[in-house]
Design a protein around this ligand. Structure first.
Ligand code: UDX
Length: 444
């Protein structure tokens, strides 16, 4: 089949490359000409394991192309995926839908004949109905169906999650030809559906809400364990063992119960806020007030990390040298959007510490966002003369660190584990002062 994918960010670029991998002819579309030039040249504008190979393979196969030209896109296919960003509005909780609506407005005026618009972006419930209204108001003679097919990919696993998703959800417009749209989508995902991937068809509102609810649940799970970690810390209990123990109950599950610095990135924080804002607009605000608490528990982790680092530096940050290992919002990503690690690094610097950051992949993005922080090209350079070493993103490289790797360079043998990813016994037995965010377990 021939498809276009609008938006070539983390979601769109991955989706475009993966649709080509499934055998379709794909045109990726983005208004950012630099991004289009890079992708056309086989270079991915962000770090995503496995994506460069899929991109390269499909550019070479001739099935994948990129453009900034909407005329070309409108003429290329009759199925159009919408994968543009829906960031948080400045100074508000609500999602900013300007990019979604801009694509719709620009595309629709160019369409003739029958087309299917499939939304993939995370949007407030009701957005597809808004899109339908815009299409109607445009006066187009084209016959345009709207469907919603939310994307659940995680950064760092984007290719795997796109090609082998846990489920496919398709929201259909009851006023449209639901059978024809379902058949088209089944054809697009035929390879995936052949793996017996669950396929749920529903209405547009439910499909939109599935995504918002999934992210809200994940965020809640993380904040739940972080709230428990605060009590563990006060009681001298070990939240990591506790998470293992409750996680064995299959109704609970161990995943997303890692206590620490909490969630960040371009999705969970802004998605729970947009969900609250939308519930408010719908008159259902009280239903989601608990998400405000989820957000506030999460933000408290960052403040608590700053307190712990201050304690580790002997009560004052002034004049302390702090090594920050990790500034991506999570490992296997170069994304620093709402990164808890960078937020903490910035606060430490504001309070008078000298901060040197190292991350295997996110240095360029960090430098752009926080140009005043110090940066080093390796763990050992970042830790030179450090009074405290902070592990804020659990990259494998940091998890595998041994005390002897850092001992020749640090000033003080003090380590603060913001992700509870190190083995405290190893560090304590080597004579280090170990602090764990969420409580330091008793080591014998
Ligand atoms: C998330 C959802 O997982 C994905 O399904 C959705 O499509 C987009 O949003 P992503 O933002 O890529 O994906 O990252 P994710 O792996 O969910 O992690 C989000 C944040 O939570 C990270 O900052 C991570 O460090 C943190 N986290 C995750 C924890 O603090 N503890 C955990 O146990 C798990």
């Amino acid at each position: 089949m021939k498809v276009t994918v609008f938006g070539c960010g983390y979601l769109g670029a991955t989706h475009a490359a993966c649709m080509a991998e499934l055998g379709h002819e794909v045109l990726g579309v983005d208004v950012d000409a630099d991004k289009i030039a890079m992708l056309s040249d086989g270079r991915v504008p962000f770090y995503e394991p496995g994506l460069p190979e899929v991109l390269q393979r499909n550019l070479e196969s001739g099935r994948l192309h990129f453009t900034s030209d909407y005329d070309e896109a409108a003429a290329f296919a009759s199925v159009h995926f919408l994968g543009v960003g829906t960031p948080q509005k400045r100074g508000e909780y609500a999602a900013d839908l300007r990019y979604v609506f801009a694509v719709v407005d620009e595309l629709v005026q160019r369409l003739e004949g029958s087309h299917l618009l499939i939304g993939k972006s995370t949007v407030p419930v009701g957005t597809s109905v808004e899109i339908k209204k815009r299409i109607a108001a445009s006066g187009t003679a084209a016959d345009i169906e709207v469907a919603w097919n939310p994307e659940f990919l995680r950064e760092g696993f984007a290719v795997k999650d796109t090609l082998h998703p846990d489920r496919i959800v398709l929201g259909l417009d009851p006023e449209g030809d639901t059978a024809a749209v379902t058949a088209q989508v089944e054809e697009i995902y035929a390879t995936i559906l052949a793996e017996e991937t669950p396929f749920l068809t529903t209405d547009l509102a439910t499909a939109e809400m599935v995504k918002a609810s999934a992210n809200a649940f994940l965020a809640t799970k993380i904040s739940f364990i972080n709230a428990i970690s605060e009590v563990c810390e006060a009681a001298g209990a070990d939240v990591s063992v506790l998470a293992d123990a409750i996680g064995y109950d299959q109704r609970i599950g161990r995943k997303f119960l890692n206590a620490g610095l909490g969630f960040g990135g371009g999705c969970l924080p802004k998605d729970i806020r947009a969900f609250m804002a939308r519930a408010g607009e719908l008159g259902a605000a009280p239903a989601l007030t608990f998400l405000r608490e989820v957000d506030s528990i999460n933000m408290r982790r960052r403040a608590r990390m700053v307190e712990l680092a201050t304690k580790a530096c002997g009560g004052s940050l002034l004049g302390s040298n702090i090594a920050v290992l990790g500034c991506a919002f999570k490992p296997e990503s170069d994304d620093v959007r709402d990164s808890p690690a960078l937020n903490v690094a910035g606060q430490l610097q504001l309070q008078g510490a000298g901060v040197t950051v190292y991350d295997p992949k996110a240095m360029d993005n960090s430098r752009k966002l926080f140009p005043t922080l110090g940066y080093s090209d390796s763990v050992s350079q970042a830790c030179e003369l450090a009074d405290a070493v902070l592990v804020l993103t659990e990259w494998k490289e940091f998890v595998e660190l041994k005390p002897a790797d850092l001992e020749p360079v640090v000033r003080k043998k003090v380590i603060v584990d913001g992700r509870r990813c190190l083995d405290p016994a190893v560090w304590i037995h080597a004579g280090w002062e170990y602090h764990g965010l969420g409580g330091t377990p008793r080591v014998v």
